[in-house]
Design a protein around this ligand. Structure first.
Ligand code: SF4
Length: 387
């Protein structure tokens, strides 16, 4: 298959708000449960080990009119909780038996409470992650949380979840992480061949595909890109940051590429890339997952990072990817992304890395202003960058 054909397949999954692929999973695995998870971090290994399909809940992707969802929220918060409620009230999550609400921000936390009230028949768990990175404190706490989740899922699924089940799932997700990392390496080496929009769709497909199938899709895409011949353009290499939760519309990613930006790194679909290294398959598997969270979590706005200055991780990425500029693309009213931004821009200013910033919502439909802004940014890099 060509890269375009693989992206087309992923695009169909992206646009299917009715979760046809989840229905297929249920048909192929009678009695198996499906667990949805909100952004960002969820221990998908534990869900998979219980024989269940973890499904990423990513909002309405601009494809659903918000009518009832607005009634549940004040006007000055982001879009994703509204469209998520709208999807649920329209019956599109009927195939999902339970939901994990990670401790991403107050909005997701409050959504978990609403869920308990609105859908009392569904399993709901708030996934609290550690704020203390001492293994004896935060690690022990998180190991306990993971144990509760494992026991809950065992009860829901009607069978025990063994350490061997967990180790098998850890191996599968390690393979997936390795494939994701290879895709990012390819994008970095040849962004004119592994296009940002296609790569995004391929990663996004991991929200509904079983993990082994998703790994195969990524590997197939990498092979197809390597076999393709696409023209190199004189675009600016940029990192985009801030899109880790509510996802930007596809038109926005396309607009950035068309405006002359090669996106060599981004934090979209961060839930598929939260851990930067493999989880150990030695010893107690839940302890291994907890330790991986403490030691290998990707730096991001919702992670408590006592050991590093905000901005250090971004500068590492900029250097590693040889990016010429940074584009802050954050959802409107996203407190974590927008509160972090001044600390990140300060770090960039210190190193004289050019940056630009704009906000979006998942249902944004007009991209002309962003196209002009991004185009001017890319041109200014090409004209005046010292590189
Ligand atoms: S977009 Fe930002 S504010 Fe909204 S739910 Fe996500 S992290 Fe929270």
């Amino acid at each position: 298959m060509t890269p375009e054909q693989i992206a087309e397949k992923a695009d169909a999954l992206y646009h299917d708000l009715d979760l046809g692929r989840v229905k297929q999973f249920r048909d192929e695995h009678p009695g198996a449960k499906v667990i949805g998870y909100l952004p960002i971090y969820a221990p998908r290994e534990v869900v998979d080990a219980a024989g269940m399909l973890p499904v990423g809940i990513t909002g309405g992707r601009g494809q659903i009119e918000i009518i009832r969802g607005d009634a549940y929220f004040q006007s000055y918060i982001c879009q994703i909780p509204r469209s998520t409620i709208e999807l649920a009230l329209s019956g599109r999550f009927q195939l999902i038996d339970g939901f994990l609400f990670p401790s991403t921000c107050d909005v997701i936390r409050n959504l978990s409470g609403m869920w308990r009230v609105l859908f009392p028949e569904k399993y709901v768990r708030y996934v609290d992650v550690p704020q203390n990175f001492d293994p004896k404190v935060g690690g022990k706490f998180f190991r306990g949380e993971l144990g509760h989740l494992r026991d809950d899922l065992a009860k829901l699924g009607g069978r025990p979840v063994t350490d061997d089940d967990l180790r098998r799932s850890i191996v599968k997700y390690n393979e997936n992480r390795s494939a994701v990392s290879d895709l990012f390496a390819l994008r970095n080496a040849a962004p004119w061949r592994a296009l940002a929009l296609e790569s995004y769709l391929v990663l996004f497909a991991g929200n509904v595909l079983p993990v082994e199938e998703h790994t195969t899709l990524i590997r197939d895409y990498i092979a197809a890109v390597n076999a393709s011949d696409r023209p190199m353009r004189d675009n600016a290499r940029v990192v985009t940051i801030g899109s880790f939760c509510e996802q930007p519309p596809l038109g926005l990613i396309k607009t950035l590429e068309m405006a002359g930006c090669y996106i060599v790194w981004d934090d979209m679909t961060l839930s598929k890339r939260w851990l930067t290294q493999e989880i150990s398959t030695e010893g107690d598997p839940l302890t291994a997952i907890a330790e991986a969270f403490l030691t290998h979590s990707h730096s991001n706005a919702v992670l408590y990072e006592p050991r590093r200055e905000k901005g250090d991780a971004l500068m590492d990425i900029v250097r590693r990817t040889k990016a010429e500029g940074v584009v802050f693309a954050a959802p409107s009213f996203c407190d974590p992304a927008l509160l972090e931004q001044p600390m990140l821009t300060e770090a960039l200013d210190r190193e004289q890395i050019p940056w630009t910033a704009f906000k979006y919502s998942e249902n944004l439909g007009q991209f002309q202003v962003i196209r002009e802004q991004a185009g001017t940014f890319a041109d200014s890099i090409k004209l005046w960058s010292p590189a």
